[in-house]
Design a protein around this ligand. Structure first.
Ligand SMILES: [Zn+2]
Length: 333
């Protein structure tokens, strides 16, 4: 019915014109195939371009010592990413159910884990977004009250996802702010860096090398420590590799959202990873979040794991900084 269609379009134009008196209507969304971002740009690239992308951030020299201090067979580094509610706050999502779940990390998680570490006499590394520490400064008092000399490392300003920020200047500003804030609150300049959500932008590696960090712990190209390369060139920066397998988040947070009821399954994965590291003479780095693993049942699981590892001879428990300093010496050989 052409007549009705014409009238309909006319009415729409009239509405648009009237709306234009105050505010222009938004343009219609692009529908053509050409307007969409290419979902598979990699298929158009030649090998040189792919090589450049692949090795912008790459694994260099393996840093595997013949033995660890004290003749240890395996180095164990426990790290706690103290995100609490910052990842949620960074998105502006004021969902207080989720925010309070993060707050648990400061209220009960960190204190319980610190008590556990004291009981077991095991030092750890805490990677803390600067805002997380500003919002709950009692955490640094508690960390520093322990005689174990725990380490504090950088974990972003507000757990900003750097590839989403995708802005070189802003990223540098937030990195500088994070270093300054942690230096002031901790009383010592941090030497370790861990990217929020472990995600680098294309600017991150260049910026953390320029900032003079001893090590990064955001990548996972090996089970052993290695020297990171930037565009194929050695940087002198030690990578202490993490892994999603050795992280509580996929099991208890994120998509699992606490739905994984089997602590035994998670324990078995962690213990098997440790057993092979012990057998091969390697490195065992575990990443936990106080707002997830600071809960009673999960902290009990961690304590069981620590007790198991302590039951073997030749296990060196150390902070990430101590491990990085030990393997950094291999770069001079
Ligand atoms: Zn984090």
């Amino acid at each position: 019915m052409p007549h009705r269609t014409t009238r309909h379009i006319g009415a729409a134009l009239l509405t648009a014109a009237l709306a234009g008196c105050t505010e222009a209507p938004p343009p219609p969304p692009a529908r053509s195939e050409a307007a969409r971002p290419d979902p598979l740009p990699g298929v158009q690239l030649g090998l040189d371009a792919l090589r450049q992308q692949m090795f912008h951030v790459g694994a260099g020299r393996r840093l595997k010592p013949a033995s660890w201090p004290g003749g240890g067979r395996v180095a164990v580094g426990l790290s706690f990413d103290v995100d609490n509610a910052t990842a949620t706050l960074s998105t502006g999502t004021l969902d207080y159910e989720v925010i309070s779940r993060g707050e648990y990390g400061a209220v009960d998680g960190v204190p319980r884990l610190l008590r556990l570490l004291d009981r077991q006499q095991v030092p750890a590394s805490f990677f803390i977004p600067a805002v997380s520490l500003e919002l709950h400064p009692q955490m640094i008092k508690a960390i520093q009250a322990s005689p174990l000399a725990h380490e504090v490392g950088v974990h972003g300003w507000i757990h900003e996802r750097l590839p989403v920020l995708d802005n070189e200047q802003e990223e540098r500003r937030l990195l500088d702010q994070s270093i300054e804030t942690l230096t002031r609150l901790v009383g010592k300049r941090p030497v370790g860096y861990r990217a929020p959500s472990w995600k680098f932008s294309t600017f991150t590696l260049g910026q953390i090398v320029a900032a003079g960090f001893l090590y990064d712990s955001s990548l996972m190209a090996s089970d052993d420590a290695y020297e990171i390369q930037l565009d194929g060139k050695p940087t002198g920066l030690v990578e202490l590799p993490i892994e999603r397998i050795l992280d509580d988040f996929p099991y208890f947070g994120g998509n699992a959202d606490g739905s994984n009821p089997s602590l035994g399954d998670v324990y078995e994965v962690f213990q098997s990873e440790f057993d092979v590291a012990y057998q091969e003479g390697g490195l065992f780095l575990l990443t936990l979040h106080p707002h997830l693993s600071g809960h009673r049942s999960r902290a009990a699981m961690l304590e069981r794991l620590i007790a198991y590892m302590k039951g073997k001879p030749g296990v060196w428990f150390a902070t990430h900084e101590q491990i990085a300093r030990h393997v950094k010496a291999l770069m001079k050989e």
